[in-house]
Ligand binder design. Structure first.
Ligand code: ARG
Ligand code: ZN
Length: 425
């Protein structure tokens, strides 16, 4: 059970090389003669457990560690790993349209690890069940900046280099840790309800594109009003100067690539993940609808707040029609998606529709009470689909298992409660 990661990275962008020192503080939840960390690539320079050199071996994505002395159940221990090498050679098994983990590009580097790419830059217990706090220290050459999760400070390092120190004192799942290195400009967007908003943009990113993030403070205030306090110390985005086919809700600092246009729905979606996905984490990846369905529905709530219920209803009808017309919509059991298709659009859309159906069934006061209670009860922890359903049953005092079964576990998209026989299309 990892409590904290202290990560010290020395980055050579030109040589596309990392040198790293990682200290992991953990507690043994059972007696350990040996244990594994997730780790891929790199050469291990040294590894100590509680200051004593330990025996190591590598097997597939595992780093196997045999400490000099066995560790007793309940004992705290530290692992210190020094390693070096060039990350990014490993691809995502063809399952995703992009590679996971640490990626260098001309002019910098970025990290995007969902679901399990963290081991490609950080020896870790790479599963959202083992959340931990982090301090990331990143040393780079001029003119590079490093943006990373949490509040950042900066110190000078020898030879005109700079070290950026980022602190994440709230628990974070491994896949949400990120570093972006580039020629970046930091902009403070003021505070929303006392939460600092800071964005990192590529130095050459035009003002008009930066302005598309201007509503973030308003969004943060709106989500706070319906969900309760923002769970972290700051928020903002980092735009890496490279095109990316996705955005990722890296904790407190959503990652975007460069684009001509940043979609307001996506900006709201990634912010909503800070509550749904980051503060409350999954316990198992097959419950991914708890992240994507909730964040998608939250973005619809933002549009409802701005433009009223009607355009949102039109949007949900459109999702229904597209899903009905496609194989995924007809066959995807979003409560148990295939491991190689976690991010299917049906998980996003039908997940949002599941919440909309629940809302039609219980009415607004209970629906929003359910969301707020869920956010509060599982804050900084982990939940499962069953946890959510149990909470719904408790708050509504109704048996809604059939609704969840139809929406999450049957193949065909259900018809929305409240829609007439012929929905409006
Ligand atoms: N969680 C991201 C989102 O907000 C999706 C990331 C892209 N896909 C992935 N395999 N990680 O929708
Ligand atoms: Zn998402």
């Amino acid at each position: 059970d990892v409590h904290s990661y202290a990560v010290d990275l020395d980055v050579d962008v030109a040589a596309r090389r990392l040198q790293a020192d990682v200290t992991i503080s953990a507690v043994a939840s059972q007696p350990l003669a040996a244990f594994n960390l997730d780790m891929e690539g790199f050469d291990i320079v040294s590894l100590e457990v509680d200051g004593q050199p330990a025996q190591t071996s590598r097997l597939a994505g595992e780093l196997q560690i045999a400490p000099a002395d066995p560790i007793g159940q309940g004992e705290a221990f530290t692992v210190h790993v020094s390693y070096a090498g060039s990350p990014g050679g490993l691809q995502a098994d063809g399952l995703l349209p992009f590679a996971l983990g640490w990626q260098f590009f001309d002019g910098g580097a970025y990290v995007a690890s969902e679901p399990d790419g963290t081991s490609r830059w950080l020896p870790s217990n790479d599963h959202p069940l083992d959340k931990a706090t982090y301090v990331l220290r990143v040393t780079v050459d001029e003119p590079y900046d490093a943006a990373c999760n949490g509040l950042r400070s900066e110190t000078t390092a020898p030879e005109g280099r700079r070290t950026f120190v980022c602190e994440m004192p709230q628990p974070m799942a491994t896949y949400l840790a990120t570093v972006v290195i580039a020629d970046l400009e930091l902009e403070h967007a003021g505070t929303a309800a006392g939460v600092p908003i800071r964005n990192y943009f590529p130095a050459d990113m035009p003002r008009t594109a930066r302005q598309e993030f201007d509503r973030t403070g308003e969004m943060l205030e709106y989500f706070t009003s319906i969900l309760g306090a923002y769970p972290f110390d700051a928020y903002g985005v980092v735009v890496a100067p490279i095109e990316l086919p996705f955005a990722l809700e890296t904790q407190t600092l959503t990652l975007f690539g460069i684009a001509d246009h940043y979609d307001e729905g996506t900006i709201a979606h990634e912010l909503a993940h800070q509550w749904f996905g980051n503060s409350i984490s999954l316990s198992r990846w097959q419950d991914i609808w708890l992240n994507e369905g909730f964040a998608t529905y939250a973005s619809l709530l933002w549009f409802e707040h701005r433009f009223g219920a009607e355009p949102v209803d039109t949007e949900i009808h459109a999702m229904y029609r597209v899903l009905m017309d496609s194989n995924d919509g007809q066959t995807m059991r979003i409560g148990a998606p295939p491991a190689d298709d976690l991010f299917n659009r049906a998980v996003y859309w039908r997940g949002a529709m599941t919440l909309h159906a629940l809302r039609q069934e219980v009415g607004d006061p209970l629906f929003f009470q359910i969301l707020r209670t869920y956010v509060e009860r599982f804050r900084y922890g982990n939940a499962t689909t069953d946890d959510f359903i149990a909470l719904v049953q408790e708050i509504s005092a109704r048996d809604l298992r059939a609704l969840f079964d139809a929406w999450l576990f049957q193949e065909k998209v259900p018809f929305m409660p409240g829609w007439g026989a012929e929905p409006g299309f």
